[in-house]
Design a protein around this ligand. Structure first.
Ligand SMILES: O=C(O)c1ccc[n+]([C@@H]2O[C@H](COP(=O)([O-])O)[C@@H](O)[C@H]2O)c1
Ligand SMILES: Cc1cc2nc[nH]c2cc1C
Length: 336
């Protein structure tokens, strides 16, 4: 579906006009939850997840049948500062690997019944090095936002936004520092595994980016410090909201992209849950700032949507119990 915006101003308006959860479907799902054959609250967080999912799908007895995973890929000019343990060519090489089915996310998508789409964003044209100039022009960031929005399958009933982009933990750290405050050190971690010298160069690059780009406007932060795959994830998460498709957020980079939406329009992530806690050190702080409790803690720091794809299983489990279980009356079980 064509994105209904073509400037940052109209993107912000689109965010502000986003649909809300269907309270009636929530109430009906809540009532059903209370009748299911289990002690009240015994399914813990699965109960809240199912009711939340029902509300966004406007269906008190929903199913998850068509999850979509989209892996967005982009290249980063800031790699010139020596911020990653891997060379930028790996981004395109991994895109080829995704297309041939050889990456972790291919296996996880298949394992949890999700369709997986790969969406490379002009890999031969990296963003500008944000230590020297804004990463993107307005036209470039809007194009990436639109690409993300339009990559969402309106018939999907659950979305995972993943990414691949050598250097993108540097962009994500800079975005988080600007949106949430704190120093470059607070938000910069080892990404793919930089050594101590690499970590020092990376922290310095983030500090330079923060010094050069002083706007606190979240969409300007995305433009100046972000990357095309981050903007595309933000566009996809916003597009999913438009279609009332719940979203599972992935790790450090995905959450940084999502944070832009949250700060641009409070409540813009109400249709999203945090799939997992990444091993990238500052991810937990970012999730805390967003008020999101991760579903899984497995020490992953891969990206690609991998942690969120694993969490599809949790959400599917929650919804299967909610919609498939018998009530006390149906099963002839005595209620407490
Ligand atoms: O998702 C995460 O939390 C995560 C944490 C560390 C690294 N990554 C992945 O590693 C790449 C970025 O790492 P780097 O060191 O090149 O900035 C990028 O392709 C991400 O998908 C992803
Ligand atoms: C090999 C490799 C695979 C990845 N997947 C996501 N980020 C990645 C970074 C590297 C280096």
């Amino acid at each position: 579906m064509q994105a209904p915006f073509n400037t940052l101003v109209t993107f912000r308006e689109t965010l502000n006009a986003a649909p809300a959860i269907d309270q009636r479907a929530c109430d009906d799902a809540q009532a059903r939850n209370g009748q299911l054959t289990k002690p009240p609250g015994a399914l813990g967080r699965l109960e809240d997840l199912a009711i939340w999912y029902a509300g966004w799908r406007s269906n008190p007895k929903p199913m998850i049948a068509q999850p979509q995973v989209i892996v967005f890929a982009g290249n980063h000019g800031v790699c010139a500062q020596g911020v990653s343990a891997f060379p930028p060519e790996v981004t395109a090489q991994m895109v080829a690997n995704f297309e041939h089915g050889g990456a972790a996310i291919n296996q996880l998508s298949a394992a949890f019944g999700a369709k997986m789409d790969v969406c490379p964003l002009t890999l031969d044209q990296p963003t500008a090095d944000f230590t020297k100039s804004p990463a993107m022009s307005e036209e470039e960031v809007v194009t990436a936002l639109r690409t993300g929005w339009e990559a969402v399958d309106p018939n999907a009933d659950l979305l995972v936004t993943g990414e691949m982009g050598i250097g993108n933990t540097t962009a994500a750290a800079a975005i988080a520092a600007r949106l949430f405050g704190g120093s470059a050190e607070d938000w910069t971690g080892r990404g793919t595994g930089v050594d101590d010298d690499g970590l020092a160069r990376k922290t310095q690059a983030v500090a330079q980016g923060l010094a050069l780009h002083s706007s606190n406007d979240p969409l300007e932060v995305l433009r100046c410090l972000g990357g095309r795959e981050l903007a595309a994830m933000a566009g996809a998460i916003a597009g999913a909201r438009h279609h009332r498709i719940p979203v599972i957020l992935d790790g450090f980079i995905c959450t940084a992209a999502a944070s832009v939406l949250d700060r641009a329009a409070p409540g813009a992530l109400d249709h999203a849950v945090a799939g997992h806690l990444s091993a990238e050190g500052a991810h937990g702080r970012m999730l805390e700032a967003l008020g999101k409790e991760p579903l899984l803690r497995l020490g992953l720091r891969l990206g690609e949507g991998s942690g969120a794809a694993l969490a599809i299983a949790v959400l599917k489990g929650a919804v299967a119990c909610h919609s498939g279980m018998a009530t006390f009356a149906e099963a002839g079980v005595a209620a407490g």
